[in-house]
Ligand binder design. Structure first.
Ligand code: BV8
Ligand code: ZN
Length: 246
């Protein structure tokens, strides 16, 4: 299967990768819905929502501060680095991520489409301006916006919130024109991100899924690797190098 996919990659001009929390799992960042899931003690909809923040901003900041602390101590894993190689394979390569941990950028990929924002950004809950001057937030005394006085919140997209329109529009444009689309480390449950691989497939892309567990996407995939991304992606890089005789 690896050889076949390597051959398809060689024949493809436009490659797109969508990643989810699974690609950061081997870096030590807990996924959302796994057994070590971030949301074990809370349900996602309870904390990652505007209502939760308005009801108890301190609790929400405690959770984000815990995640920021955890992410500040982890590093990209071989899966993140392998994706940097994908840039060399395609005339047009796009990385779309649902992750907010910034690990793709740390691994060296710059132009990334971040669907759900970035956990290290602080924005105003009122006017949504970014305040880069504030780094740490004290849940007991939450910093406020210099422009309108409203509280600062993490710069991520919460449930029930719109994704950045320019980012989601560009993501669908890239997915719909992809020759080959990789869905890596995502449970394919959260919309509208989960609709991207389907849109790619519907527009003629070869769909490759890499995930140790099956997902709602697995039945639709042309190739499904039941594997960890940190192991499989480097193997795919090696197979492409072999294919290129290099
Ligand atoms: C919106 C940022 C509307 C915050 C996140 C019913 C049906 C369809 C949709 C909905 C519905 N009810 C509600 C909705 C909408 C909702 C949604 O999709 N809910 C789901 C739960 C059903 N979506 C929204 O609310 C979105 N907004 O719809 O707005 C709207 C429209 C118009 C006008 C106004 C409003 C907003 C969604 C964004 C939410 N924000 N994150 C934060 O991080 O704190 S989502 C959150 O889940 C993360 O970003 C995460 O990336 C994302 C998706 O999860 P995954 O990345 O897939 O992670 P997960 O743990 O689920 O899976 C990990 C996978 O990795 C597993 O499959 C595992 O097997 C695998 N894995 C594990 N180890 C490895 C591995 N894979 C590879 N290698 C390994 N080593
Ligand atoms: Zn403001």
């Amino acid at each position: 299967m690896l050889k076949e996919v390597a051959r398809l990659i060689k024949k493809s001009k436009r490659g797109v990768v969508l990643t989810g929390a699974g690609i950061s799992a081997e870096s030590g960042v807990p996924t959302f819905r796994g057994q070590d899931g971030l949301w074990k003690q809370y349900r996602p909809e309870e904390l990652a929502t505007l209502n939760a923040f308005l009801a108890d901003p301190g609790l929400v900041w405690e959770w984000y501060n815990w995640r920021r602390e955890l992410i500040s101590q982890v590093k990209p894993n071989p899966g993140h680095y392998a994706l940097c190689e994908f840039r060399n394979w395609f005339e047009d390569f796009t990385l779309i991520t649902q992750n907010v941990d910034g690990l793709h950028r740390q691994a060296g990929l710059e132009d990334i489409l971040e669907l759900h924002g970035n956990i290290n950004l602080n924005i105003c809950v009122g006017c949504r301006r970014t305040d880069a001057s504030v780094t740490a937030i004290d849940p007991a005394d939450i910093a406020v916006c210099k422009h309108c006085g409203e509280k600062l919140r993490p710069g991520v997209v919460w449930f029930g919130e719109m994704l950045p329109q320019d980012v989601i529009r560009e993501s669908f444009k890239k997915a719909e024109s992809a020759d080959i689309f990789f869905s890596v480390g995502t449970s394919a449950l959260v919309h509208p991100a989960a609709a991207l691989p389907v849109a790619a497939k519907q527009n003629g892309a070869v769909l490759v899924e890499i995930n140790p567990d099956r997902t709602p996407l697995t039945a639709l995939a042309d190739y499904y690797f039941a594997a960890k991304s940190g192991e499989l992606l480097p193997q795919l890089v090696a197979a492409v190098k072999e294919e290129a005789g290099g």
